[in-house]
Design a protein around this ligand. Sequence first.
Ligand code: ADP
Length: 483
Amino acid sequence: MSIELKDPSLLEPRALIAGEWIAGASQADVINPATGEVVARAADLGVDDMRRAIDAAYAAGPAWSAKTAKERADILMRWHDLMMENQEDLAQILTAEMGKPIVESRGEIAYGASFIRWFAEEARRIYGDIIPAPMADRRMMVLRQPIGVVGSITPWNFPNAMIARKVAPALAAGCTFVGRPAEDTPLSATAMAVLAQRAGVPDGVINIVTGTDAAGLGLELCTNFKVRKLTFTGSTEVGRILMRQCAQNITKLSLELGGNAPFIVFDDADVDAAVDGAIAAKFRNGGQTCVCANRIYAQSGIYDAFVERLAEKVAALQVGPGHDDQTQIGPLINTDGVAKVQRHLDDAVAQGARVLTGGKAHALGGLYFEPTVVADISKGMALLNEETFGPLAPVARFNTEEEAITQANDTEFGLAAYFFSRDLSRMWRVSEALEYGIVGVNSGVVSTAEAPFGGVKASGLGREGSRYGIEDFLEMKYICVTL
Ligand code: ADP
């Protein structure tokens, strides 16, 4: 099945360097995970191309940062509008290369575009400071200036939004950008770049280097001195490698890494709302997001009712190819993804967990896995410590609030946590006690352009979105004038 687009020119298999579309010396297949079919053959660029892209971004920097904030904001706003005008085509490309349900892809395009709009607005609010001087003849001030060339490495699970969250604040701040999308999902990135060009983003300001040599291209982004900042979303393991590599030039870093989100349901919760929240937090994108609930803790008083209703609703989730409007759970991204879900499940069952629904590869075959609920989870099971990244919801029982908080915090990660309760004091107490960058109270989905997204502990550095999200792309300059 080839993708049918209103504007076929949005399906761009080439990479973008200095405003030119490059087919590359070789190409790599982009596979539709629902069918195994080749969607396109994308440019498979190497380190030399990456170097050229960095040079192009470096050369484009002065003119871009010299534009007024309003000029940059106008271009970004046009880009936002074009993304929304082409929402359906962008969603079709996204689902074809990544597999998520088309309804979720449409949502992701709107979500990605919302960051471009937000940072178009924020571009005009990058204020400096005047500092009262300790001496009568001194005048002291602080300027905020763009950090320079920004390198970006992004994963496949949100092929549009992860780039939007990085490129929008970078451009708003006056930085230029070299993006390396995940090898599985280059086409969403190039489609965004096609629209960026149409919106008037000048040549060299956005460069998209597609390629399969993740380590080589990443090393160049980390160690090329012209790159002054690296922004990454992906695993903690790769984040550590990048951090080490960035040490060479003291390249600034923003890292959005793995999570191991706890989802706690207290006895005083609205159980139906908690079930819906758990499904939203766990099964969005087939469980393949870094803020997905990874482990669910239900208090003894409502445990049985909660797991029963959860299993009932999960059993009713529609599994199928992403391009089908009815689909709620698409295929996993690749065979490694499927193997990890199976490994976590087998390990839990071997240690006494009870499968309530699902529990095996789906009858559709390929990369489909049945949405699964396993109860009676206990300490020592791998799925409590590792991110499953698939449609597997494990539920453990707890007795006291203190016990829930201790277990929730017992991880190296600290990205998102969720809990359901109707007790106002508890809402504050537990929110403050959870060692996480994001806490959802009585809600399973909390991410939006207006709010800071990011983690503590091994989940990363920096925040994306919100008024804080632009800070990572700015340097501070203190100017002291003696009169
Ligand atoms: P995920 O599990 O989401 O794929 P990864 O951290 O493996 O997380 O991948 C996130 C991004 O990092 C992808 O674009 C991937 O190609 C890239 N990547 C993987 N290994 C490296 C590396 N050694 N250096 C730079 N980028 C890498």
